[in-house]
Design a protein around this ligand. Structure first.
Ligand code: FAD
Length: 418
């Protein structure tokens, strides 16, 4: 290795932190990975498993206020807001709405496309190192529609994919049922995005990546970072157990990163979009890829350990306990997608998507390059984790990043045009 070996503390052992720890340990740095919830005890555990590279359309699109109000008023809709939390989330919503012009939507899609074009190769590399390539399935991502109006409404999404180089196939009812024979007869259209991958056990895969980092020389510690501050040519980190002086810090604490960034003087408007899953028994007649049902906005994910249903975007912060009622109300609709699915719930889970109002993560440095910020991946953190790790390594080593990092700047929130 020509690069100087640095002592690096990575905060957070989700997909972003674990992937970064692996890259940095492989490059010969002395890496300490810290997380009080263990390895992959956060949001990276329970997601839909999609390395969903075609999902580049930001949620902030022209007319989003109207469609959000409609969703909020639908008692079976996917969007939930704890009104007591509204005063705290209002600044995030204001920025979200201010960011939803056609121009900003196109810019957001292009920024997401840049990182997503790197995602599949980065995932294959990380999974091969961690010896879990068999859990990465080359099956694409399938969105299904029973109403023509929903299919037509998704035209912008398809246009953005076309403009940004993500091929897709539009399927009529016959082609859809030929591809996935177990799907319900009422489904009339499909959109297959074949370049995407499916990870059928994200928890196991992220743990394997962290273990590969440990095999490459990193260490893992069950510790919570309470304070961090840059000191002369170094960083001082205070955990619940000790004080660490390191050369560099990587903040990869997902939805919990806001207060850590604030300690560096960066008031990043990070919110959490909470999301749920329930696990159901493995069906006898199943599907071979994740299926997103557009009308009800849930995903059926044929996981290694059973059928996972993921759903909901809930604004209620990090402290309030889970409310499983909405996802449970959606379960009867799964029969439209997969008739005969046994909806006996085996387990429930709540996760915290780390979300920025423009739908793009922060991948940047602070404290004169001593701290790397890598958080805010929202709905696409699983997709973008290993690609983000490549950028983290480039920022630490001063090498060429794998994609231009300008759109991911933390300072974008402090510019006057924002
Ligand atoms: C229902 C649902 C479905 C999803 N489906 C997909 C999908 O199909 N594809 C996709 O790409 N993405 C999906 N996502 C989003 C994706 O899961 C997240 O974007 C991603 O997991 C975020 O990864 P992370 O490493 O940033 O955060 P996390 O996995 O949350 O990890 C952050 C870690 O930081 C730790 N931490 C926090 N504070 C501290 C501290 N002070 N000190 C030390 N450690 C700390 C936490 O304990 C946590 O383990 C989904 C999310 C949800 C909720």
């Amino acid at each position: 290795m020509t690069q100087q070996s640095l002592h690096i503390v990575v905060i957070g052992a989700g997909v972003v932190g674990a992937s970064s720890a692996l890259r940095l340990a492989q490059a010969g740095h002395r890496v300490e990975l810290l997380d009080p919830r263990g390895i992959c005890g956060g949001t990276s555990y329970g997601n839909a498993g999609g390395v969903h590279i075609g999902a580049i359309q930001p949620f902030g699109v022209p007319g989003v206020l109207w469609s959000a109000l409609k969703m909020l008023s639908d008692p079976q809709g996917p969007l939930l807001l704890d009104w007591r939390y509204l005063p705290r989330s209002l600044p995030w919503f204001a920025r979200f709405l201010a960011n939803s012009s056609a121009r900003q939507m196109a810019a957001g899609a292009a920024a997401t496309a840049a990182i997503n074009h790197t995602a599949v190769a980065a995932w294959r590399d990380a999974a091969a190192t961690a010896r879990v390539s068999d859990r990465l399935q080359d099956v694409g991502w399938l969105k299904v529609y029973d109403r023509e109006q929903d299919f037509l409404h998704a035209g912008t999404e398809r246009q953005l994919m076309q403009d940004n180089g993500f091929p897709f196939e539009v399927l009529d009812a016959a082609a859809l049922h030929e591809l996935e024979p177990a799907l319900g007869a009422g489904l009339r259209f499909g959109m297959l995005q074949p370049g995407s991958l499916f990870i059928d056990n994200p928890g196991r895969v992220v743990r394997a990546i962290a273990e590969a980092a440990i095999n490459a020389g990193a260490s893992f510690h069950l510790e919570e970072v309470r304070h961090l501050r840059p000191a002369h040519a170094a960083c001082i980190i205070t955990t619940n157990l000790r004080e660490i002086t390191a050369d560099r810090i990587v903040v990869a604490a997902g939805a919990w990163s806001k207060s850590l960034a604030a300690q560096l003087g960066l008031r990043v408007p990070l919110e959490t979009e909470r999301g749920y899953h329930v696990m159901l028994p493995t069906p006898e007649r199943s599907v071979s890829r994740p299926i997103m049902y557009s009308r009800r906005r849930f995903v059926l994910c044929p996981m290694q350990e059973g059928m996972r249903v993921t759903a909901c975007v809930e604004f209620a912060g990090l402290e309030r306990g889970p409310d499983y009622r909405r996802i449970e109300q959606l379960l009867p609709f799964t029969s439209t997608v997969l008739p005969g699915l046994d909806t006996t719930i085996q387990s429930r889970w709540l996760g915290y998507r780390p979300s920025l109002p423009d739908g793009i993560p922060v991948i940047d440095t602070a404290a004169e390059g001593r701290v790397v910020l890598a958080f805010g991946h929202g709905h696409l953190g699983l997709t973008q984790g290993p690609a983000t790790a490549l950028a983290v390594q480039a920022l630490i080593e001063g090498s060429q990043p794998p994609f231009p990092l300008e759109p991911y700047s933390a300072r974008r929130f402090f510019r006057s045009e924002y």
